[in-house]
Ligand binder design. Structure first.
Ligand code: ZN
Ligand code: ZN
Length: 411
């Protein structure tokens, strides 16, 4: 376990540069029981920053798995909304939200996929009023990593549990630049760089992006109304915040009907406990018409069968490599980290704000040319061997990334 002082430093950084908790703002913290030391540091930091109240939602992921396995068939599609209502109420009362990403990536390994799918759909239905508020940035919120023994075991299977947990904490701290002399200044700088990059891409108004690398020759048409977004978000309560720590990406909405060519994944992907490796997808008219994987294809195929739009893209993100997440050389088996290791694509749903509209209106999302699927699955396609071009409407190409690095300074 990191020292109390180091945990406090991490908590304070997250509350300041991530969540940007305001004087007098209530806070809802959530995480697993194993993350108590960090939750305590966050509560302490929050009160010192002037939090009005800190409410902690402590859960045990294993209990969730027990419910999934044991509940009778007849009740499988019923998920009570009591707890969701409490969250909705908190958001409507102006509370900031901080959720820890600390789960065991293999928690659901071996669970009957049909039961899992039904349960997840039921949970998604019940959680919708809450997720819509979060997606629409009604309040400032943050997803933050916390090393737990079960997660660490999955990331460092070769180490003994205690050492693995220690190593995972160090990796997490590295990704947020915690050990730089002034991590807060480093973050302000980093975030400003990402914002400048997104602004430059918005000025360029490319019609498409071209990816070229080993096993990849892909044209991703961009939605006509696409907006490039970066790490920074503006909540409806007026607070500017950075919803993910770490964050290395700028991202936008592809045109779900204009993606052509072949693309090969550059990193494995954890899909509900199954490791999917060596993904190769052929796109025609925006549809994934051939989907292969060296390992774990069924898990990927199951996601793509969720609805008709799941086989089309909803996000394209550019991430410079190397970067502090990539540099760890590890697969975290958690999207918060792995998607920030390299450029990525997502099957399924688009972020409405990448089309200039607010979360919660699927008809508007579709009308704006975005993907309104219910799933969103990120997979990594960038590396120091992949080049990216921007293509204008007249077909001329501008180099954006060479061997994983931005070609021009954004500022
Ligand atoms: Zn992304
Ligand atoms: Zn994504």
């Amino acid at each position: 376990m990191p020292s109390e002082e180091r945990l406090q430093r991490y908590a304070d950084l997250a509350l300041r540069v991530g969540l940007n908790l305001q004087e007098g703002q209530p806070l809802v913290l959530s995480g697993s029981a194993e993350s108590r030391p960090l939750l305590r540091a966050l509560a302490r930091g929050a009160y010192r920053m002037g939090a009005r109240a800190v409410v902690v939602d402590l859960h045990d992921p294993v209990l969730g798995r027990i419910g999934l396995e044991e509940v009778r068939e007849a009740y499988l599609d019923e998920v009570p909304d009591w707890f969701v209502q409490a969250r909705v109420h908190a958001v409507d009362a102006g509370a900031a939200l901080l959720s820890l990403a600390d789960e065991d990536p293999f928690l659901l390994r071996g669970v009957d996929p049909a039961r899992l799918a039904r349960r997840m759909q039921a949970a998604a239905r019940v959680r919708r009023p809450y997720l819509e508020r979060v997606g629409a940035h009604k309040v400032n919120w943050l997803a933050l990593g916390a090393a737990t023994p079960a997660w660490a075991r999955a990331v460092f299977p070769e180490l003994d549990p205690e050492e693995a947990t220690e190593r995972l904490w160090e990796a997490i701290f590295g990704t947020v630049r915690l050990d730089l002399p002034d991590p807060e200044a480093a973050w302000r700088d980093h975030v400003a760089g990402l914002e400048a990059r997104a602004a430059a891409l918005n000025r360029a108004r490319f019609a498409a992006l071209i990816f070229e690398g080993p096993g990849t020759e892909l044209r991703v048409g961009l939605a006509e109304r696409h907006v490039w977004k970066s790490a920074v978000a503006q909540a409806q309560n007026g607070v500017r915040f950075v919803p993910n720590l770490p964050t290395e990406e700028v991202f936008t909405a592809p045109d779900p009907e204009r993606v052509e060519g072949v693309v090969t994944s550059t990193r494995p992907l954890n899909v509900a406990g199954t490791l999917v490796e060596g993904i190769r997808v052929v796109f025609a008219d925006g549809r994934a018409v051939e989907v292969e994987a060296e390992r774990g294809r069924e898990a990927l195929a199951a996601v793509l069968e969720t609805d008709a739009a799941a086989v089309r893209l909803g996000e394209v993100a550019l991430v410079e490599t190397p970067n502090p997440v990539f540099d760890t050389g590890r697969l975290f088996l958690n999207t918060l980290y792995d998607e920030n290791a390299s450029s990525h694509l997502a099957f399924g749903r688009a972020y409405p704000d990448t089309l200039g509209i607010r979360e919660g209106d699927d008809a508007a999302l579709t009308a704006a040319g975005g993907n309104a699927s219910t799933v969103h699955l990120d997979w990594m396609v960038g590396s120091p061997e992949v080049d990216v071009w921007g293509e204008r409407a007249d077909g001329t190409r501008v180099p954006l990334m060479k061997q994983g690095r931005w070609v021009n300074a954004a500022r």
